[in-house]
Design a protein around this ligand. Sequence first.
Ligand SMILES: Cc1cc2nc3c(=O)[nH]c(=O)nc-3n(C[C@H](O)[C@H](O)[C@H](O)COP(=O)(O)O)c2cc1C
Length: 189
Amino acid sequence: MISSNRMLYLVATGAPLSSHVHRAVVLGRDQGWRVAVIATNAASAWLDHDALERLDVPILNEHRQPDTTKRLARPDAVVLAPGTFNTINKLAAGIADTYALSVLCEALGADRRLVIVPFVSQSLAGHPAWTPSLATLRQAGAHLVDPRSGQLGVDGPLESGTGDAVARAFRWEWALAPIADMTDRRLGQ
Ligand SMILES: Cc1cc2nc3c(=O)[nH]c(=O)nc-3n(C[C@H](O)[C@H](O)[C@H](O)COP(=O)(O)O)c2cc1C
């Protein structure tokens, strides 16, 4: 039987979609997940801290101190949304120099379910590192979701200046769809 109440980490980075991560918390809980938000420093400027506080969701941004106990259960699934150019390239290269990147690198290394919503402009996507990074992550089993259409496996860049509008129109169901089979809530059990 599929176990319920599994742990989902939502990793937020420094791009406009992070303004709406609180909506993913609500949706994830509705779908039967226990949810935590892992934020990069750059994500902080976008997060709706009041909404997240009202939801009483753990928000972690740094490693624990060595002499303290673990704060969260291990994730069963990790959703990186939005995924910035910076974080996605570092993840593909195996760089774990922030807490968020450690979580992401571990998810990939431990073969946990990982969903990525790349959120980059055309100019950044033209950089030679970008296409190989996405290919590496795809080959490693990550599920890439297009931020404009929700299509799986599509990762086209955003037209410059459209980030806020794409973020407002984004449906978090798209990001959670690749992990929907992991809880029993939708089966009505
Ligand atoms: C207004 C604004 C919008 C940004 N939008 C994006 C974006 O859509 N995609 C992206 O990759 N970086 C974007 N950036 C740049 C990232 O925030 C920056 O590269 C940051 O270092 C990313 O750090 P992180 O990956 O640790 O979150 C934006 C920056 C600003 C100030």
